[in-house]
Write a protein that binds this ligand. Structure first.
Ligand code: ARG
Length: 272
C-alpha cells in the first residue's frame, strides 16, 4: 500500500557542547571519549536528511553547561500547537526545560503549560492519531500522564518501562503513521500489563527483536512514509519496506554514547 509523507516541523539543538561527563542511563560511560567533530558531522547529516525530505528544522541555541541538550526531544511535547514543558528527573538536565520554554515564548507559541510533575517531553510521550502514549518507570512520573491528558485533551495511555536500557519510551516504541495509529515497539521493554495494553490497542504493530532494539532502532522518526532510524538496526529495514515505508538509515554512533539517537535529537512541533 502506498504511503504518504506529511512535511513536518522539527526542533533540534546542535551538539556543540556534547560530552559524557555524568551517567544517568546505562549507555553513558564518562570514561569513554566522545569525538565531538564526528558527533557534529553525524548530527548535521541527520538535519540535512530532514531538509532533503522537505521538513523544516528549527534550532535551539546550545548551552555550554548542558551537554545533553542535543537530545532536544526531551525538552517539551507539542500537540495541536500546545506546548507541555518538561521537568527533568535529574538535576544535571534541569535547566534545559527553561531553555526550551524561552524558545517557545520567542517563537509565537502562546499555549504553554509549565508542568507540576516530572516529564521528559517526547522522550516519554509518543503521539498517535488517537492517543498520547506515555512512558513511566525510569524518568517521567505517572502523575504527568493526567497532567498531559488534561492539557492536550487527548487520552493518555500510561506504559510501564522495565528495562533500564530503555529508560525513555522513545527508546522502545516509535510511531510510524500518526494518521493511522500505527507503531512499532520492542515488547521486552514493557511490563506484562503494558504489553497487553499495547497488543489490545495496536494489534497490527510491528514488533522488533531485542537485537534491533539494543541498537536503538526504535529511536526513529517517521513522516508517514520515510522512517529515519539508526542504520545499525538492520533487521528493521525489510519489515518496514513490507509495510510500504522507506527506511532511511543514519549513523549517530557518537550520540549513542549519551544513550540517544535519531528521535532523541528531534522534537516534533505539531501545529494546531
Ligand atoms: N543522556 C540523555 C539522558 O539520559 C539521553 C536522552 C535521550 N533522549 C531520549 N529522547 N531518549 O537523559
Amino acid at each position: 500500500m502506498p504511503r504518504d509523507a506529511r512535511s513536518r516541523r522539527y526542533l533540534m539543538c546542535p551538539p556543540t557542547h556534547f560530552e559524557v561527563t555524568y551517567s544517568i542511563n546505562p549507555w553513558m560511560d564518562p570514561g569513554k571519549p566522545v569525538d565531538l567533530p564526528l558527533a557534529m558531522a553525524q548530527w548535521e547529516d541527520l538535519r540535512d536528511r530532514y531538509l532533503a525530505l522537505g521538513h523544516t528544522v528549527e534550532l535551539l541555541d546550545p548551552r555550554p553547561d548542558l551537554p545533553d541538550m542535543v537530545y532536544a526531544a526531551n525538552g517539551a511535547c507539542v500537540v495541536d500547537g500546545r506546548v507541555l514543558g518538561a521537568r527533568f528527573a535529574h538535576r544535571e538536565r534541569e535547566a534545559e526545560a527553561e531553555a526550551h520554554l524561552e524558545w517557545f515564548r520567542a517563537h509565537g507559541f502562546t499555549e504553554i503549560h509549565e508542568p507540576l510533575h516530572i516529564n521528559e517531553g517526547e522522550g516519554d510521550f509518543a503521539v498517535t492519531s488517537t492517543y498520547v502514549l506515555a512512558g513511566q518507570g525510569f524518568r517521567s512520573s505517572p502523575l504527568s500522564h493526567g497532567e498531559a491528558q488534561e492539557f492536550f485533551g487527548r487520552p493518555v495511555i500510561g506504559l510501564e518501562l522495565v528495562d533500564p536500557r530503555y529508560y525513555h519510551l522513545d527508546t522502545a516504541l516509535s510511531v510510524l503513521d500518526d494518521d493511522r495509529d500505527e507503531i512499532m515497539y520492542y515488547p521486552g521493554a514493557f511490563s506484562p500489563g503494558s504489553r497487553a495494553v499495547l497488543a489490545r490497542l495496536f494489534p497490527d504493530a510491528l514488533l522488533t527483536s531485542e537485537e534491533d532494539a539494543a541498537r536503538l532502532g526504535l529511536n526513529a522518526v517517521s513522516d508517514g512514509r520515510h522512517v529515519v532510524l539508526p542504520q545499525a538496526a538492520t533487521g528493521l529495514f525489510e519489515p518496514l519496506r513490507e509495510r510500504g515505508f522507506e527506511p532511511v538509515g543514519v549513523d549517530l554512533g557518537e550520540l549513542l554514547k549519551g544513550g540517544g539517537s535519531v528521535k532523541c535529537c528531534t522534537q516534533e512541533l505539531r501545529a494546531a
